[in-house]
Design a protein around this ligand. Structure first.
Ligand code: PLP
Length: 370
């Protein structure tokens, strides 16, 4: 076993140690066939079976209907910010966006390069601490774009709009963490590095009829139909990322699938939010109803106390808990592979820290009255 830190990082995320071990072995000698996974042809029968198996696992774990394609791309979720409008924002139509945070804003900025974009609702007024749900879509809407989990602000959508227009969703940071109904969406995209595998792979799940609605020529690498028609092998796919994602999805299936991991994710989140609410030193940042189960954001009531807690946590081998630079405070990510024990260790430390601060305050109070 490898000795490990408690990794609360927001991405690339923690992966199960068994997956790491299998991946390490495959780099040295894949399936004992005398080749490394890094040097096999993506056209080999062996790798074709990997890509097929990974697609099947995605279908099985998320209950993807047959009328949808599962595609493997590169360029991260950020490339999807422009690829979606390039494919679907036609002349004379409008794309509607929900502005729920840092990544939604980035998606909006890219879409504006391609056509008319309307922000139908925004939670910017309150530092993105909630998910707005009161909005209307006008005629001629090409699609509505959502971000299911706002990785930086720590908010998550627990209900998705039932609307008459196609729905596109950035699920980078909560895909495979909870059950979803794929039929609620026309296109889902996610950078793999937050719950699926290592960086380098982007997962797209798209309704075929939505892809067929694209009726113009596009650069091949930006055309979803090309990926579909070539089984995601129009060019060299990210072989290693797909392989490790496959291992991770096998692990997830063995854990009981998305349904079971969701239960575990709920208990991890409950435990940590419970302590944030109980502990006199910290405040949660997100609205109660929209608290993310994947990225928990909070801050210390007192800045110096916060700095001291960072130090103590890193002494105890806890990494990745610093909030994003635009938000500050703490962000603790609880992705699928993060064990409950890591959350327990953090909660114990928060309690211990509260007592240490109370003692220190008593001592300094006694000194001041002496
Ligand atoms: C991390 C993240 C992105 C950016 O993903 P890249 O793969 O780095 O481009 C986009 N959206 C969300 C919700 C994210 O969490």
């Amino acid at each position: 076993m490898i000795s490990k830190k408690h990794n609360f990082g927001a991405g690339p995320c923690i992966l199960p140690s068994t997956v790491m071990e299998q991946a390490a072995q495959a780099v040295l000698d894949w399936n004992s066939n005398g080749l490394s996974i890094l040097e096999v042809s993506h056209r080999s029968v062996e790798f074709e079976s990997v890509i097929t198996k990974t697609q099947l696992l995605v279908r099985e774990l998320l209950n993807v209907p047959d009328s949808y394609s599962v595609l493997f791309l590169q360029g991260g979720a950020s490339t999807q910010f422009s690829m979606v409008p390039l494919n679907f924002l036609k002349k004379g139509r409008k794309a509607c966006y929900l502005d729920t945070g840092y990544f939604a804003k980035k998606a909006i900025k890219e879409a504006r390069l391609f056509g008319d974009v309307e922000i139908v609702a925004s939670s910017r007024d309150k530092a993105y601490c909630y998910i707005p749900d009161n909005y209307e879509l006008s005629h001629g809407t090409a699609y509505l774009h959502l971000t299911s989990n706002n990785t930086i602000e720590g908010t998550e959508m627990f209900a998705f709009p039932k609307v008459a227009v196609p729905v596109v969703c950035d699920m980078s940071s909560d895909i495979f963490s909870r059950e979803i109904n794929v039929r609620d969406f026309d296109l889902i995209y996610a950078g793999a590095q937050k719950n699926m595998g290592p960086a380098g792979l982007t997962l797209v799940i798209a309704k075929n009829s939505f892809l067929d609605s694209v009726n113009c020529e596009l650069p091949s690498m930006s055309d979803y139909r090309i990926y579909r028609d070539n089984n995601s092998m129009f060019n060299t796919p990210p072989v290693f990322s797909i392989y490790v994602s496959m291992l991770n999805l096998i692990w997830l299936k063995e854990m009981g699938g998305v349904k079971e991991i969701e239960k575990l994710n709920i208990s991890k989140a409950r435990l940590l939010y419970g302590e944030i609410d109980r502990n006199s030193l910290f405040d949660g940042l997100a609205n109660l109803a929209h608290r993310s189960r994947m990225n928990v954001t909070f801050r210390a009531k007192d800045e110096r106390t916060g700095a001291a807690f960072f130090e103590l946590a890193s002494e105890r081998g806890m990494v990745g808990i610093r909030g994003y630079r635009t938000v500050g405070g703490f962000r603790v990510s609880l992705y699928n592979a993060l064990p409950l024990e890591s959350v327990e260790a953090l909660v114990v430390l928060m309690r211990e820290f509260e007592q240490m601060v109370a003692c220190a305050n008593t001592v300094s109070h006694l000194e001041s009255v002496r």
